[in-house]
Design a protein around this ligand. Sequence first.
Ligand code: 5AD
Ligand code: SF4
Length: 471
Amino acid sequence: MSKRVIIKDARLSSDKIIELKNINEQFFIMNGRRKTYHILTYGCQMNEHDSEKISGMLTSIGYEETDDDTNADLVIFNTCLIRENAELKVFGKLGEVKGLKRNNPNMLVAVCGCMMQKEEIREKVIKKFSFVDIIFGTNTIHELPGLIYNAEINKNKSIDIIENTELIYENMPKQRKFKYKALVNITYGCNNFCTYCVVPYVRGREKSREPEEIINEVKALAQDGCKEITLLGQNVNSYGSNLEKKFTFAELLYEINKIDGIERIRFMTSHPKDLTDDLIMAIKHCSKVCNHVHLPVQAGSNNILNKMNRKYTKEHYLDLVYKLKKEIPDVAITTDIIVGFPGETEEDFLETVDVVKNVQYDSAFTFLYSMREGTKAALMEDQIPDEVKHERFDRLLDVLYKIVLERNSQCIGHTYPVLVESTSKTSDNFLTGRTEHFRLVHFKGTEELLGQIVNVKITNVKTFHMEGEIV
Ligand code: 5AD
Ligand code: SF4
């Protein structure tokens, strides 16, 4: 059954916003500087992109970004809830900011993102960190100017959360972190309810943006000089299933592939249960779609995959990998793996190691299972003791890193097009970029090459990056 998604225009227009803009302009005239904000982003690319929207919103009302949180006029925490350590980091940092706010009482502190979508955590922030002025969620980013107005002018604590919504806000201003590559949402939320995961509870049900909205955004990015886009969704492969007029992810790739100026198309994340043959063919035939598929396996044992509610088997997953490699011989495959899911036996774990050896991943994100309140897995018996999780995790990395290094070594002596993304952190004479396979490459060169795709011959490799020279 198709479900209607309501689209709203988030362009800033209300009276309060105009008033706030004027106030900030006055501040600039009086103080010779703009009000500053500092944003701390935790978690995934979805949050990175939400922070770009927050930055865009703040810029359009007269704020300027600063790296320095000690004297910013506004500090924003864009939080993540996916694992316990992400949550602990936020609470630790909030403790630090409490001291800063004592020295600078005019500083506004805002907390947003996934953690704020959960009532218990919101209540904890309100009680334990009473100095926090503004709280908003993943569905209320567009309300930020109004919340600032309320906190700054009316001196009220401002809270705005919508738990699950069918609304999509289009046309939010965005301030991109990188000039030549951009993140583009295609879906919001998730319907999959993997039993370990909080995302469906905090980001709500899956909603797809209209293809025209996405295509227009990508065209505008191309006009702005952007060369690479990454299409974002919790499960991009199910894109379009809730649109009035059905449109598949494969069809979307073909359309975006036609846009002049865009040279590389990436996408994240693919759920194996929805990776169709049509999609494999689209990746193969769209010249701009990078030959890289991030395909989270999570675990290798069918028993654990079933308990995780992943809806595929080890055999099905390996079959997909086989098809991908057959159709796209130079495809890079990366993954996410969770170690120590409840009930995981040594045999189950060895099945995961077996998948890693079988697939020969180009890289992988590995996680210790983290119990998340409210998920089904948190209620499962046989939670795995920490020492066992750690011991398996270390063994997995030993196998994985050898494979990744070996895959990188196969690149030595070969030349790859690299999109130059930034100068190196340590020297202006060194550049950093990625191959289409998402391999990070460092090489000599100067900043006039930023944003260009240059050919780099690989001379040396490490586990997490490669070194080369422009040819
Ligand atoms: N514990 C550990 N890892 C998790 N992930 C999601 N939830 C959890 C959890 N509770 C991992 C999955 C997912 C990635 C984004 O985070 O591997 O693909
Ligand atoms: Fe979480 Fe699974 Fe949805 Fe990914 S697909 S966000 S792991 S529930």
